[in-house]
Design a protein around this ligand. Structure first.
Ligand code: URA
Length: 236
């Protein structure tokens, strides 16, 4: 984001006129990186600088990128029509209009959901063309056979003609009932249907990584935090 005048930036973020902003600055209500500012012509970077109005952080970021550790029982949608959505889990500090989950996890899937208001970024990470891998850990009702692993690694076609791109699989236990699986696309119930095609039911599913960014294990299920610039660059 290119630096811009503080008064210009604030007039986009707060329902105040330039003269009201000037008055507020004179009263010491506006701080920039911890210092009260009287000159609102100072240039600021909305993504990097911290601006407070009357002690409260002003949302000056161009876009927000949020990591949520999704629990079971909430849906990835902006309007739950009576059901709880991932947006309902965000604290008031993180909430703002225009946010949506970039990609859907099933209601009973847990783990990493990226919430943003940056449509281009979301599209980039979701499009299979861009090969942004999503890593999941799937618990299965029975061991997956060697042949099943091979089929999923080669890309499997279901009887109804649905084709799934090749996945990468790694067994995480000796019984081969806990499997790490990486995919680049996000078809409806993709992983459950892939395993079903090779004779296994998925009993638990968690998304742990998007691109090169791991779910922060300090986040308990239901908790969310902003993604840093450095973390964002690991995603795509
Ligand atoms: N595949 C599924 O089957 N479910 C999810 O929630 C995500 C991927």
């Amino acid at each position: 984001m290119a630096p811009e005048r503080l008064d210009k930036l604030l007039s986009k973020c707060l329902p105040l006129s330039r003269s009201e902003l000037k008055k507020a600055a004179r009263a010491g209500l506006i701080t920039l990186n911890g210092e009260a500012v009287s000159d609102l012509s100072v240039k600021v970077d909305g993504n990097a600088d911290s601006v407070l109005f009357d002690g409260k952080k002003v949302d000056t970021d161009e876009f927000l990128y949020i990591m949520l550790n999704k629990p079971k029982g909430v849906i990835c949608a902006t309007d739950g029509r009576g059901e709880k959505t991932v947006l309902d889990l965000l604290s008031d500090e993180l909430k703002r209009s225009g946010l949506f989950p970039a990609g859907r996890l099933d209601k009973d899937t847990t783990g990493f959901v990226l919430i943003t208001d940056d449509g281009d970024f979301a599209h980039r990470i979701l499009s299979p063309k861009n090969h942004v891998e999503k890593t999941y850990i799937a618990a299965l009702d029975k061991p997956v056979e060697k042949e099943g692993i091979k089929q999923l690694e080669n890309g499997i076609t279901l009887n109804d003609g649905t084709q799934f791109l090749p996945a990468k699989l790694k067994a995480l236990n000796d019984e081969k009932t806990v499997i790490e699986i990486k995919i680049c696309e996000g078809k409806y119930h993709e992983i459950k249907r892939m395993f079903k095609a090779v004779g296994c039911e998925v009993t638990e599913l968690e998304r742990t990584v998007i691109g090169g960014l791991q779910l922060d294990r300090n986040l308990k299920q239901g908790e969310a935090r902003l993604i840093t610039e450095e973390e964002k660059s690991k995603i795509d």
